[in-house]
Design a protein around this ligand. Structure first.
Ligand SMILES: [Zn+2]
Length: 188
């Protein structure tokens, strides 16, 4: 039986997202246009320690367990997986977009690389951006690394899925570094 991993989207959350979108000038039909679901925030988050830049990160308990297991197995295979970022609140996503607007970039331009608040998989606490030493983080060249090859071969075993593969129908561009944990795959 497939377990649902998505949390129910609370009415108060929808109200918050609509308010964040209105403040940024994001169209009401953003979700429909871009073809992405609204991502609920998780009921529980746990500290996942510092990321590769020393920033504290959080993720869901099941994601943390799966991440540790996957990272340790990769290390055993001689592959170093580094955490770039995990959970991000919708309000934080709004701040990121606001800063880019303030720096003079257009909303359309920004929304090509940043999901609108409420629509980032990072809100779920199950999405991880992963890097490896000697390759710049959050760059497409990550797909040329041994770490990416290892993930493509093994991540599924730990419940991690490449959310935005090359040539997908999603409006989000190719992100070889972005992997999302699906409890349904790992605990089914
Ligand atoms: Zn990501």
């Amino acid at each position: 039986m497939v377990k649902k991993t998505e949390n129910r989207v609370e009415p108060a959350y929808i109200t918050q997202i609509k308010s964040l979108h209105a403040a940024l000038g994001i169209a009401d039909d953003y979700g429909d246009t871009i073809g992405l679901p609204l991502q609920a925030e998780p009921a529980q988050l746990v500290a996942a320690g510092p990321d590769m830049f020393g920033r504290s990160q959080q993720m869901t308990p099941a994601t943390l367990a799966a991440w540790h297991a996957m990272r340790d197995r990769a290390a055993g295979d001689g592959v170093s997986l580094l955490l770039v970022s995990a959970y991000r609140a919708a309000a934080y996503q709004a701040d990121v977009i606001r800063r880019k607007l303030d720096s003079g970039r257009t909303l359309d331009d920004i929304l090509r690389v940043n999901a609108a608040p409420g629509y980032s998989e990072h809100h779920t606490g199950r999405a991880l951006d992963i890097a490896t030493p000697d390759s710049p983080p959050l760059e497409t060249v990550f797909d040329q690394t041994a770490a990416f090859a290892w993930l493509m071969k093994n991540a599924d075993e730990f419940g991690f899925v490449l959310s935005y593969p090359e040539g997908s129908a999603s409006a989000i561009t190719y992100e070889p570094w972005h992997w999302c944990f699906s409890a349904a795959r790992n605990e089914g």
